[in-house]
Design a protein around this ligand. Structure first.
Ligand code: NAP
Length: 253
């Protein structure tokens, strides 16, 4: 009989928003590979079910919550129900995000508010719901996916850059509030990553961005997933309040 006495008798539980495609999907797969039970969250259920199936086929475990993170009550309810079902919550990856680009003179209140609600307010709501179970377990890894747009600004993205810059202040405050309970909070700020969000950028724009990057290539969702795995690792307990730009050397700030 195999000796499992040195293995943990539980799986860490990770709640990943925006898991149906792009960066969130890669993060969910990576964390599942690292023996985390992953709660997959987005508005559309069928790609989440497909991903859960894929993770289970590969020997991992996952569950699904179809939720609009812009609906605070629904998001907090999903976290509470996951904790009730799984008995714990260890890793929270706030990745769901949207863009509603426009130059500031043309940007409507609605475009501004929608982006703040989905990209920033939802993260506050999720952290508030996750903090208690994490503190109870005296372990937590909060990972907020921001953007280099929030660090250096980007014309046409006043709403988006404000939401992502807001995540930096939110994260550092949470890091200070929860650090003594074993909970860390960090920001990963991707540069240009090849997903649906950047698929419609003209080649000319992509080439211009590549020319500004030390590594001369766009990133992949897996590049971001690797950084999330790093900051959410068991032995990353001394890393908190940091902003890590994973951008191929675009900003270096
Ligand atoms: P994406 O391909 O457009 O995927 C966005 C994900 O978020 C999808 O799973 C989407 O699923 C989910 N989502 C959107 N609105 C939601 C809502 N209201 N409630 C729940 N889920 C929602 O985007 P991505 O490129 O993977 O970006 C992921 C994160 O990285 C975002 O926060 C983005 O700002 C950030 N980022 C991306 C880049 C880049 O170059 N791609 C660069 C910097 C930062 P449903 O539509 O099914 O809900």
């Amino acid at each position: 009989m195999a000796d499992n006495s040195t293995q943990e008798d539980f799986k860490r539980v990770a709640f990943v928003t925006g898991a149906s495609r792009g960066i969130g999907r890669a993060i969910a797969k990576r964390l599942a590979n690292e023996n985390r039970h992953v709660v997959l969250v987005s508005r559309t259920e069928s790609p989440l079910n497909d991903l859960a199936h894929e993770i289970e086929q590969a020997g991992g475990s996952a569950s699904v919550r179809a939720v609009d993170v812009g609906d605070g009550e629904a998001l907090a309810g999903a976290i509470e129900s996951a904790v009730k079902e799984l008995g714990r919550l260890d890793i929270l990856v706030n990745n769901a995000g949207i863009t509603r680009d426009n130059l500031v003179l043309r940007m409507s209140d609605e475009e501004f508010d929608d982006v703040i609600r989905v990209n920033l307010r939802s993260v506050f709501v999720a952290i508030r719901a996750a903090a208690r179970p994490m503190m109870k377990g005296r372990f937590g890894r909060i990972v907020n996916i921001a953007s280099t747009s929030g660090l250096v600004g980007n014309a046409g993205q006043a709403n988006y850059a404000a939401s992502k810059a807001g995540l930096v202040g939110l994260t550092r405050t949470i890091a200070r509030e929860l650090g003594s309970k074993g909970v860390t909070a960090n920001v990963i700020a991707p540069g240009f990553i090849e997903t649906d969000m950047t698929a419609n950028l003209p080649d000319q724009v992509k080439d211009g961005v590549k020319a500004m990057m030390a590594l001369r290539r766009l990133g992949t969702p897996e590049d971001i997933a690797a950084a999330v795995a790093y900051v959410s690792a068991e032995d990353a307990g001394f890393l908190t309040g940091q902003v890590i730009a994973v951008d191929g050397g675009l900003t270096m700030c």
